[in-house]
Design a protein around this ligand. Structure first.
Ligand code: SF4
Length: 456
């Protein structure tokens, strides 16, 4: 995959790209306002970061404690080493009970494991019940954002999709009308479902309980109407104790959408009377990240999406250009840990402005990790050829001050006189979206000497 090439496709539609940028910036501004209402915001962030550091350091024991407690409360805990095992476990549970219709609430883990197409290949109808997820599912697309999965679709697009699949009026764009149509459509699916699958926002080791946060209440309906509830979670969703939950819930909603709290925060401790609760714990590369000193902190992530909303690259290139279930700054760290050869362009999709690190509610040093990835990719020989050549040339110039000075003198005289086509052409990809700054008549060194001379 190539992030730059896919981003080029996205910005080709100029008005959509600007709209995407502005919409996400609006969400980021809401996050700032919400954070400012809490004087203890920075203390909360520090607290959350320390709880996650502790959790990650004691992950094995905490997971065992979680399994013990969840089992004691009547849930069945399954362990999956990778995406394939996760999918097989879910399929096995559904087939054993002859389930043909499944309703699903938002779960980025099942996106990561490509569960939907897998189950559909086995004849099981899977309906995503989060409104944004349902829109992209009907459109035959993947979510482009972890919190706002259909953020790349405008209301006109949604009107077209709903007209085609739900029979709404052609050309309808009224959000209330469209939301009502989706509600009626999903209600039928909820009532017909034989099983409900949810993600997990937090799993509490102390109690064996799981917590699911949604704004639409769809996880609650999906988990309470059918008898079978399957909850799928990555190992990193764990927190040690119930008393820690408040710290994360206060940070999550404010960071994600600027709300003080998510509309529905549902706690599941064991199955409902007469029902079954199965919890699938998935590794899928997480223990490899745990073993890495440089990238271990990426496991603190609570998937709020704030780093995506603030990232100038994400806002302008769209989530699909990352080609990963988790895009943006955190996705650009996680994806290469799974497959550096495939995702080597992602750590370069970053301006190193550090805005992601500033907003991250669990204080992940995102831009530092992205920089570390670039060094790692260079060591592994995974830079593109032009970048390799440019880096080698820069290295030679910076190691020889006389050469640096000579090139500077020549460039100051020659470049401003060159015809435009010689400076801005196919070979200068940097210059595709940028103009070179005006060249000063004198170098910094010359100006410095002249000023010192004047002061003497
Ligand atoms: S890295 Fe931080 S800001 Fe980004 S999604 Fe995760 S918790 Fe949110």
């Amino acid at each position: 995959m190539n992030h730059a090439a896919l981003a080029r496709e996205f910005v080709r539609n100029d008005s959509r790209a600007h709209w995407h940028d502005e919409t996400l910036w609006f969400v980021r501004a809401k996050r700032d306002k919400a954070a400012e209402t809490l004087p203890e915001w920075e203390t909360l962030r520090e607290c959350a970061s320390q709880i996650k550091a502790h959790t990650v350091a004691h992950l094995a024991e905490l997971l065992e404690q979680f399994e013990r407690e969840a089992t004691r409360r009547g849930a069945v805990v399954h362990w999956a080493r990778n995406a394939a095992e996760h999918n097989e476990i879910v399929l096995g549970l559904l087939q054993e009970r002859q389930v043909r219709r499944l309703v699903k609430s938002k779960s980025m883990l099942t996106e990561e494991c490509h569960l939907n197409p897998f189950l559909e290949r086995h004849g099981i109808e899977v309906v995503d019940t989060d409104l944004g997820e349902r829109i992209v599912q009907l459109a035959g697309e993947a979510p482009s954002h972890i919190v706002l999965p259909a953020i790349h679709q405008k209301k006109e697009d949604v009107g077209r999709i709903f007209h085609e699949f739900l029979g709404t009026e052609a050309g309808a764009t009224d959000p209330n009308y469209l939301a009502e149509a989706a509600r009626q459509h999903l209600r039928e699916k909820f009532l017909a479902a034989e099983a409900g699958l949810t993600g997990v926002n937090f799993a509490i080791a102390e109690t064996g309980g799981i917590v699911v946060c949604t704004n639409e209440g769809n996880a609650d309906l999906g988990a309470s109407l059918p008898k079978l509830h399957i909850a799928c979670m990555g190992l990193e969703k764990l927190i040690p104790r119930t008393e820690h939950l408040g710290v994360f819930l206060r940070l999550l909603a404010r960071s994600a959408t600027g709300q003080p709290i998510t509309a529905y925060t549902s706690h599941f401790h064991g199955p409902k009377p007469g029902g079954e609760l199965h919890i699938v714990l998935v590794d899928n590369g997480r223990t490899d990240i745990l073993a890495s000193d440089e990238f271990r902190r990426s496991l603190y992530c609570i998937r709020c999406g704030a780093c995506m909303n603030t990232c100038p690259v994400f806002r302008r290139s769209g989530g699909h250009s990352y080609e990963t279930s988790v895009p943006g700054p955190i996705g650009s760290i996680l994806a290469p840990t799974r497959n550096a050869g495939e995702y080597y362009t992602l750590p370069h999709a970053c301006s190193l402005c550090g805005s992601c690190t500033d907003v991250c509610p669990v204080k992940i040093d995102l831009h530092h990790q992205l920089l570390t990835w670039r060094r790692e990719l260079a060591h592994r020989g995974l830079l593109s050829r032009p970048k390799r050549w440019a880096m080698r040339a820069a290295s030679v110039v910076f190691q020889h001050p006389a050469l640096y000075r000579a090139l500077g003198s020549v460039a100051r005289v020659v470049v401003p006189r060159l015809p435009r086509f010689l400076v801005y052409n196919r070979l200068n990809s940097w210059g595709r979206q940028r103009e070179l700054p005006e060249f000063p008549a004198q170098s910094f060194r010359q100006q410095f000497r002249a000023r010192r001379h004047e002061q003497q």
